[in-house]
Design a protein. Structure first.
Length: 339
């Protein structure tokens, strides 16, 4: 069903206005004491946009025409430079699972690569060239979806789902190098269980080793390079039906990532998130408290990076907006702690 282009609707509550004291704190970029940071996140349902000053949120601007930006993935290179990849889509997302296509009649994804300065201000953005990959690799013919960006072996790489609409819809996890805004060195990663659709593997870089968290309950993780082997299989009941979201980053003696769970209430779809800790074999060891970014709606976090003493999460809202949010260390630790 084709629809005419519409004005972008407001999709969530505007972050509250900060006080003069909060503005001063934001400008000097001083981390709040741990107890003050934790106090922002009172027990109960936590919506970050209601608990944090508006200056902590940055909306990413993407020159994508009638397409809608969503699900950005922030990362940093070997020298600490910040970048992101953002997906744009040709449909409008309804509140009750429906999607309405524009002219093309089936889903299509166009990805963009952007850079940020140390203040999280955009310094550049351009379309990623994946034409040759989609033309010559049939499992990727209909787009590279929900890419996670990461730095490995002195290059930008992406881990994504390649989409193919045939007699049966297939989604194949894929690994590609991003150089000069062109996808290359492209490899399909077949499902360890023979599933037709795979998505949301969480990637971890540790030196030359590349590994992924495949699932959380059952808990499975695999090394992709330099060898292909299983790292862990086990259980973590608390994360049943939770899926990968961001990359994993080093945190203390282990690792941490953002995960999500898709839920429904009276046919209305919404997502909730939490932080998870892992050991070096990528076995989950602890799950933090649940939180929302902007409200009870479709939200999806695909990026996490430590930036100085802060942490930056990148997330999409209703498949039509792309955002960053900055947390000071005390706030991040408060989310990681159980409520």
């Amino acid at each position: 069903m084709n629809v005419k282009a519409k004005r972008r609707a407001a999709v969530s509550k505007t972050p509250r206005q900060e006080s003069a004291a909060e503005i001063s704190t934001a400008e000097t970029r001083q981390a709040a004491p741990a107890e003050e940071a934790a106090a922002r996140f009172a027990p109960g349902r936590l919506i970050l946009s209601e608990a944090l000053p508006a200056s902590r949120f940055v909306r990413l601007e993407v020159p994508c025409g009638d397409y809608q930006p969503c699900n950005p993935s922030i990362a940093k290179d070997g020298e600490g430079g910040l970048a992101f990849i953002v997906r744009t889509v040709n449909y409008l997302l309804g509140d009750e699972d429906g999607i309405w296509f524009r002219e093309e009649g089936k889903p299509n994804t166009v990805n963009y690569f952007g850079t940020l300065d140390q203040n999280l201000t955009q310094t550049g953005i351009s379309r990623i060239d994946d034409v040759e990959t989609r033309k010559t690799r049939p499992p990727a013919a209909h787009g590279l979806e929900d890419a996670r960006l990461f730095w490995w072996e002195d290059d930008w790489w992406l881990l994504c789902t390649s989409l193919h609409h045939g007699a049966k819809v297939r989604g194949t996890m894929s690994l590609g190098r991003l150089r000069d805004n062109r996808v290359g060195h492209f490899e399909f990663l077949h499902s360890p269980h023979g599933h037709d659709i795979e998505k949301n593997w969480a990637v971890r870089v540790d030196g030359k080793q590349l590994a992924v968290v495949y699932s959380h309950h059952p808990a499975e993780s695999y090394e992709l390079a330099p060898a292909r082997r299983r790292l862990h299989i086990g259980h973590f009941q608390e994360l049943q039906k939770w899926s990968g979201g961001s990359q994993l980053i080093r945190h203390g003696e282990g690792w941490v990532s953002v995960v999500h769970q898709r839920r429904k209430d009276r046919n209305r779809v919404y997502y909730t998130h939490r932080l998870v800790k892992y050991d070096d074999n990528l076995a989950p060891t602890h799950a933090g408290r649940e939180f929302y970014f902007r409200g009870n709606q479709v939200e999806f976090c695909a990026g996490l990076v430590q930036h100085g003493d802060d942490f930056v999460l990148s997330f999409g809202v209703k498949d039509r907006e792309a955002w960053l949010v900055r947390l000071v260390r005390g706030e991040f630790d408060a989310l990681l702690a159980a409520e």
